[in-house]
Ligand binder design. Sequence first.
Ligand code: CA
Length: 230
Amino acid sequence: MVKNKILVVEDDPAISSLIRTTLETQDYQYHTAQSGAGALIEAASYNPDVIILDLGLPDMDGVDIIKKVRSWSNMPIIVVSARTEDQDKVDALDAGADDYLTKPFSIEEFLARLRAALRRSHAEPKSSGDSVYRNGELSIDYAAGCAYVGGEEVHLTPIEYKLLCLLAQNTGKVLTHNYILKEVWGAPQASDIPSLRVFMATLRKKLEHTPGSPHYIQTHIGVGYRMLRQ
Ligand code: CA
């Protein structure tokens, strides 16, 4: 069994030590970096399965590191940051981070997010060629352009279908309002967010048994939406 390789980018020695100890107990391999420059070198040379990234580094902002890594790699990036503003999360996710964990965080949640990122990175090469998406009772037949819940076809408008496919193709990832607007409508404007909410509400009514406590599409208030893996 090949061990998963994690790159830990963190300049705070106490937090870096906590993360390293946690990774050791779970038998992960890791390298560490304390600066942005070091992170970029390690990302390229160590080629980790996941990057754990602090945003506040001495020489570079974490968001710039995300953008630089994204220019050549899709490796999962989990941001671990003390910044709690929605806008910080939006900026990191828009730049291409896969997930965002706010400090202080629980070890259990950290490990769960890490496992989810590793599952996605290992699943990606296989799922990209599949023409049918399956997630719990939900399935999408991309070739036919149809969605089903529990074997029953769900009748979606073209926009709802596009939204569903976008969320499905990024299962487990939080997609920001801006990203969704850009992908589905092409031209993002903050004023479109209320209409996005309306489309999401109707999509949920069609997919979810209880739209008030959704199984599939999770809302991240002020940030965006995430398709949950069942
Ligand atoms: Ca820091």
